[in-house]
Structure formats: C-alpha cells, structure tokens
Write a protein that binds this ligand. Structure first.
Ligand SMILES: O=C(O)COP(=O)(O)O
Ligand SMILES: [Mg+2]
Length: 215
C-alpha cells in the first residue's frame, strides 16, 4: 500500500497554493511552502484547520466545514499546477507489479481529488484500488484504514507492507501489524523516522533492492 501526498507525488505546492488562495480571500497571512508541508498528513480538514489556526483566529466547527468545501473546490482547479511525481515512481512501481505485488493507495487525502490525481499522473493502471481519508469511518494512523482496504482486496495482512512519508503511515502500519517503509523526500519525515519505520527509502531507484522486494 502506498500513501499519496509526499510519497508518490510532491503535492505540497498545490496544497499550499490552494490554502493561500483561501486564506487570501479572508485577508489572512499566506504561509510559505515549508510551513504548509508541516500541516499536511491528516487530510484536508486538518490542513484547513491548521492553516487558519496559524494565521489568526481559529475557525468554529461550522466555519471549518464551509472552508473545507471551499478549499476542495479551489483545489479541484489547481490539482497539478506545481505537483509532480517523485522521480522514478512509475517505473519502480511497475517493476514491483511485474514481480507479482498487488498495489493499492491508502491516503488521508479525500477520495475525490485522489482519484483525479491518479488519473492526471497516469497512475490508475498501476493500482488495484485506492481509498482516501473519507472512504471509511477511520483514517491513518488508525490501523483499520489499512486493514479495511486489505479486506476489500481479499489480501493477507501478513504479506502486506505500507510505503509512506509521514508518522501517520508508520503508525497506521504498526497499528495494523504490518511493516512500513519511510520515504524520506516527503513531509514530516523526521517525526516519522523517530518512530522507527522498518525500512528507509531515500530514492525510488532503491525500492526494488529493499529486503521485502529483493530477490
Ligand atoms: O492529504 C493529506 O493531508 C495527507 O495525504 P497522505 O495521507 O496521502 O499523505
Ligand atoms: Mg503523505
């Protein structure tokens, strides 16, 4: 299972752009890319909540609901302005698929933009299934986000592995009882590294030589 933001795609530029457009409408300060990267990882609602909390008064629950809808509507028009695939993602995942690995997406990003991004970057053929942060009642770091996905795929958790860039990925994997691979070019990597992921991936070119995939 692969996480999406900060793992397969470097999507922070467009998440930041969208957040800034939203905050600008409200006369708020626009956080820079490094600041926004630290807000990513728990889905759109948390990103918007953190964006407002960092730039002035926190939003009420009702206001947050409205702003998240606006965020998703703006994001829908800015999905791939500055977003890029990390180098060698497609070829390396294709190679795993050829070795017989079944691939799926487990992201905290809402499902609608997830599906669009998979299509925009021609990733759909690689993945058997994708689930977002709103696909089940729970999301990462809850292990059930992973376990529900595996169940739907009729896949054995004992043969599964989670690849992600954040602490939620390492924790969700641990909570699901499966190993994790930390991709270190994403967001919030240091906090994730401190949790002791099972494997470290600095570049996709090294993916097929990691122990779970080698041989
Ligand atoms: O959208 C987010 O905040 C996180 O998404 P991810 O789970 O794909 O990293
Ligand atoms: Mg991520």
């Amino acid at each position: 299972m692969c996480d999406l933001d900060g793992t397969l795609i470097d999507s922070a530029p467009d998440l930041a752009l969208t957040l800034c457009l939203l905050l600008r409408q409200d006369g708020r300060r626009e956080p820079d890319l490094a600041e926004v990267k630290n807000m990513i990882g728990d889905g759109a609602t948390k990103l918007v909540e953190r964006g407002y909390a960092a730039t002035g008064d926190k939003l009420s629950e009702d206001a947050l609901t409205i702003k998240v809808k606006e965020f998703l509507s703006i994001y829908n028009d800015h999905l791939a302005v500055g977003t890029v695939l990390y180098p060698h993602v497609t070829e390396q995942l294709q190679a795993l698929k050829h070795k017989g690995w079944r691939l799926a997406i487990c992201t905290n990003k809402p499902f609608a933009p997830t599906r669009q991004l998979l299509s925009l970057f021609d990733l759909e053929p690689l993945f058997e299934k994708a689930v977002g942060g709103d696909s089940y009642p729970v999301k990462k770091p809850d292990g059930d986000h992973i376990l529900c996905l595996l169940k739907e795929m009729d896949a054995d958790p004992q043969q599964a592995i989670m690849l992600g860039d954040g602490k939620n990925d390492v924790l969700a994997a641990r909570n699901a009882g499966i190993p994790s691979i930390l991709f270190t070019q994403g967001y919030g990597t240091e906090a994730a590294r401190a949790l002791g992921p099972d494997y470290i991936l600095d570049s996709y070119q090294e993916l097929s030589s990691l122990p779970p995939f080698a041989g």
